[in-house]
Design a binder for this molecule. Sequence first.
Ligand code: ADP
Length: 737
Amino acid sequence: MKRFHSRAGLAAAASLVLLAAGSASLVLLKNQTARVAAAAAIWAAAAIAIVLLAVRARHRERARQAELDRVEDRYRALIDGLPLVTWLTELGDRSTTLYVNPLIDELTGYSPAEWTEEPDLFTKLLHPEDRASVLEELDNVKNGTPVRLEYRLIARDGRVVWVREETTTARDSVGEPLFTQTFLRNIGERKRSEDERESLLAAERAAASSTAERQSRLDLLRRAGDELASTLDHQAAVQRVAELVVRDFADWCIVDVVDEGNELRRLAVARAEPRAGGGPGPDNHPESGVRAVVESGRSEVVPELRDRSSSAEPVQFIGGIEASSVICVPLRARTQALGALTVARTEPGAVYGADDLAVVEDLASRITIAADRGRLYREVEERADAARVLDHVADGILLLDRSGVVRLWNPAAEAITSIASEQVVGRAAADAIPGWQDASDSVPVSTTPDPGHDEVVIPIETERGERWISISGVQFFGGTVYAFRDLTDVRQLEEIKADFIATASHELRTPLAAVYGAAQTLLRHDFALDEVGRDRFVSLIADESERLGRIVNEILLANQLDAGRLDIQYDPFDAGDVIERVAESTRAYAPPAVSIEVNADGDLPRVAADIDKVRQVLVNLVENAIKYSPDGGRVEVGVEAHDQAIRFHVRDEGLGIDPEEQERIFEKFYRADPQMLRGVGGTGLGLYICKELVSRMGGRIWVESNEDKGSVFVFELPTADVVAHGGTGTGRLQFKK
Ligand code: ADP
């Protein structure tokens, strides 16, 4: 183009030079003809130059047009080939289409020609829901501001096509607006994937929320399980579980249980906080709906799982609660009805489904297990109490099952029979208990445990020798229970009493017979007695009466001791004096073969006791020593100080006492030789009285063997010093003023 301009300039310059040369020649040449010829030549040359120039310019113009056409064709091919609809319209006026590429057909089903011819087609194709907003938006940007919009078009075949529009104003090289250029892109694919993504997200959210819900239910079940397992107080645990239930799962939770009297009662009621609506709440009496569930053992969901249409109506299941939905599940353990668990929602439309029923049934089974465990625990406790009682009763208890096998053998039974429970429990009584086979036939067995039923006293052989037991049995559905007591000691006491009566009557009868005989002799007139004879009978009467009196006194004194009526006067005295006087008085009637001697330490502390009672004890012991020394011998009465006490003893060389009897001879009525085989009589009361008197004066008495011959009776009493300083601790001693 520059070249073209320079060449045209050269041609114009040459023309101007030629014109100037022609004009100069006109002036310079004198010859007219020459002037004309020169001018003509110059004009001709100029004309030729101008024609050449014109031809050249036209040629140039044509080439430019061809170039333009080629460019437009290329532009058109370019925009036709663009993968998006290109739509050119007059500035700000969509009704006048300048150009639209063929892709419009693919997008809308309308050809470019139809698009060009129908001015309102665009508006018509806008989706009714988007139309107003799109037009308004476009109106706002008529001034040429670039626009970006997404909206829907309805294609000819009714398809909804999502498009993205980008509109700009095309301008020329100096910035003047030429036309409006709109690109429409089909974004259906993207929208679909967006929708899909959205629905995937929604599904994910739903899944997350259902996971959260499932998690919260699992949490509820776990925490309820923990509560129920943590305590045996299932009543408190059930209340806490009800409170857990109303945190997320329900607005009300009610637990009803069947009590011991077989009555259904309300155990726990919990309500969601903040206070759920739906009525004032249930009263204390389980409703008929709950009763029906407990009786039938079948869960109830209201509204029913199959019929969800009636959920608008409030559910009338629990009085006092306007529920939108209720689940009531029975609590059952091993076919036994224990109660019911009821949950209710009050929010309108909040209806329980099958999943919720499963949760409530799970909770109910946990509560049931806890309640059942609590009941079993209580039963075990009660049985343990019963077992403890059986462990501590003094009566032996033997439980035989229906096949005669020992099921229970308590510690008292072990103690009485000396048979350990391991040796008998689980074995047949006939094999395990010696003599049971024979004895059981004579044991009375009643069918009711009424008091006062028959008992028999039978002997049994044990390691400790023969024992006498009183036994009876009661039969029940599961077997027979026998109770027995050891009557050996009672029996022995009875035997001793019987012996006492025999001995005492013998003891009484002998002096009585002597007194009677002497008196009769004295009364006989036909039988002349000299002075000496009469004295002999009178003193015999006196002696035997005294002996009778002693026996009667012993019996009376023993009675007084038993009744606690004995008065003891404490007055410190000298022990040496007392034993001297006792020895003296007993010597008077001791047989010649017996010598009575005194062995007393000098300068003894005084004794804090009742002098008469001490004398009585000593006399008893010395009389026994004489009595049980039938072959005579030495009887020593002694006293010594011994470790803050005064120790008295009476030593003889008589019959002696078997070591195993040394304890028993101090028992009431006990006599080592009840049948008087050794020919010595007595009541069995003397040593009993001695022991009681000594112990009441704060002392003690015992017997020792006197080496290989005879025995030594010893008793100790506190000294006056010790008593005055409170040393004996008996607290019973009072001194005469
Ligand atoms: P009894 O009136 O039978 O003598 P006691 O209570 O005085 O009653 O004595 C109980 C038993 O103790 C006597 O039956 C006797 O067997 C035995 N006994 C008591 N003192 C002596 C003794 N000094 N020597 C041997 N046996 C004695």
